[in-house]
Design a protein around this ligand. Structure first.
Ligand SMILES: [Cu+2]
Length: 144
């Protein structure tokens, strides 16, 4: 009987020992950080339409309402941000064309109702624009 108890003790110790020497849980695979190439910053078309609610008071805002830009001509200092807010139910699309090459130099993409688009103007000059969807809608940004 003592042998039997001793055997049980030995088995119990062996089981505890086995429990303690279980292999540690597998380590998560090491992640290797890969540095992606620097994405070039677009200098001409830099922004995408955003909801009007993200308005900033420091911006010069042109309101799009009743198929017109108000004010139609906006004069700002170089380095200013001009913001268009579409308060029509209709979509609009602001496009600036280079008067020499006729290339599109700025394009807001389609501005749905209640969306806004901001653009920074760094270089002094006169920048006429129009709505690509309603070409009769025109406006001018003058940068001084
Ligand atoms: Cu329009």
């Amino acid at each position: 009987m003592r042998d039997c108890v001793l055997l049980l003790c030995v088995v119990a110790v062996a089981m505890i020992a086995a429990g303690c020497t279980q292999p540690s849980p597998p380590q998560p695979p090491q992640t290797t950080l890969t540095i992606s190439p620097t994405i070039p910053v677009q200098t001409l078309i830099t922004t995408v339409p955003t909801p009007i609610s993200q308005a900033s008071v420091s911006e010069n805002t042109i309101t799009i309402k009743n198929f017109a830009f108000t004010p139609q001509t906006m004069t700002v200092k170089a380095g200013s941000i001009v913001r268009w807010e579409n308060k029509d139910s209709s979509p609009h699309r602001i496009v600036f064309i280079d008067k020499d090459s006729q290339d599109t130099i700025l394009d807001s993409s389609v501005l749905s109702s209640t969306q806004a688009w901001s653009q920074k103007f760094d270089k002094p000059g006169t920048y006429p624009y129009y709505c690509k969807i309603h070409p009769e809608m025109t406006g001018t940004v003058i940068v001084v």
